[in-house]
Design a protein around this ligand. Sequence first.
Ligand SMILES: Nc1ncnc2c1ncn2[C@@H]1O[C@H](COP(=O)(O)OP(=O)(O)OP(=O)(O)O)[C@@H](O)[C@H]1O
Ligand SMILES: [Mg+2]
Length: 266
Amino acid sequence: MLVFDHVDFYYKKDQPILHNMSFTIQPGEFVAIVGANGCGKSTIARLMNGLLLPNQGQVRYHDWVTLNPKDTHSIHEKIGYIFQSPEDQFITTTVLDEVLFGLENIRVARQDMQSRVVHALQAVDMLDYAQAMPHQLSGGQMQRVAIAAIIAMRPEVIIFDEATSMLDPQAREQVLSIMRDLHLQGMTIIHVTHHMDEVLSAQRVILIDQGRIAYDGDAVDFFDTVQVSDYQLTAPFAVRLHHKLELIRPVRADWKEMIRSKWPTN
Ligand SMILES: Nc1ncnc2c1ncn2[C@@H]1O[C@H](COP(=O)(O)OP(=O)(O)OP(=O)(O)O)[C@@H](O)[C@H]1O
Ligand SMILES: [Mg+2]
């Protein structure tokens, strides 16, 4: 269980970013975190795995507290983080080394490494590229390697912070499909995104507005409950079409009435 317990956060003392924020994410949930630019999504994501620490309140995972230095290693091991820009995440010179690097960091036994690397690269369909170098990969492939490096460490939670936003539609769909697979296997997925159509993959949506939670609930109800344009977001095409058709229906009925009255059939 991942808990935000009355969290306040600021980068500069006189500029509060998050205000008394509380929520709980259960194991195995698929949660989308959405909101306008600068509302605090990445700050929340970084507080989740201890990259940032709260100024007030606590962030906890299981019995570990991010503020507690002796817990940070366990939290980093169990909560993986995928960043927006695939290039910035590559630390080593080949795909294979990239996945191995994370395993060495958490001191996985040598004899377990190979099977973990193969399984992780297979999960993102990148096993054929094990010897490839970063510059030989597309942005989408790099992002998949970054995901493999995290999967190999066997985390319980993966945070994707706008991880699809720099990818073309096909690569985006591949990353989304990996997220859905990982979720089906029981992993907790936290997807920070601007793309409202991606929200439909999640079960739960947390909408952030200026450092506060404006909606926390079912993803299906989200677009019926919230006027997303009030938060500088654009509803997915399917939802806009649905709302437009609902508006048009009574108009169309009137239009038919009008025809009937002007050109009576009998
Ligand atoms: N390192 C930093 N130092 C000072 N202020 C920061 C820092 N990082 C972010 N901020 C500010 O904190 C606020 C929240 O930023 P954050 O990156 O969490 O927003 P976001 O919702 O992820 O935005 P985006 O959609 O652009 O990724 C913004 O006003 C931002 O300018
Ligand atoms: Mg961000």
